[in-house]
Design a protein around this ligand. Sequence first.
Ligand code: FES
Length: 247
Amino acid sequence: MSETTRQLRFEIFRYNPEDADSEPHTDVFELEETPFMTLYIALNQIREKFDPGLQFDFACRSAICGSCAMMVNGRPALACRTLTSDLPDKICLYPLPVFKLIGDLSVDTGTWFRAMVERTEAWIHERLPFDPDATEERMSDDIAAAIYENDRCIECGCCVAACGAANIDSAFLAGAGLNRIARFQMDPRDQRTDADWFEVLASEQGVFACIGMMACEDVCPKELPLLDVYGYLRRKSLATALSSREK
Ligand code: FES
């Protein structure tokens, strides 16, 4: 073994909730580190060499699909984007909290995100009837760029798993849900009023339920400006509340 080659020790959470005989525990696996090894590569080697039953998710292998998020030494991260060279010799892998466990490192983020989309009605609300002959409406470059920035979310669930409020109440909208609201609230094609949005934003699971840890922005693999999102939505909500009192 060369001087620079490390022996990595992986402690991996194992549990199959569908199997009555399964008990939550960790299994230990050892691998020799190779250049540019990611956790995705390491997990595939572990599955090929030691345990074909190990469950974890991936699809794109390039930080686009969001399916490989897991707790890496206590912090949510994408397995396909995390280099083992950035980690110590001992690597602990657990499934994301908040989401329903499917098995081992695999969780069901889809149910959470679907509920969030339905709750926030995350689609353009147009009040006028569809007119196929209408000319296209222009959008300013600044607004288009701001919407695109929010639309970069890959729904990996890292911000939700890192969120103290979401760990207490899984219905809290968290960074991903509030980012989605900001995306539609700033879209001029969406005809919902600030008062309409206030119903969601001022609810018990809305923007004021955040407990201020701001871990969401720290762990977001796409580096979305979630603190700006919180500031934008809080200013909007306070302005709506104050204007309704003045009426
Ligand atoms: S496999 Fe798609 S984000 Fe990691």
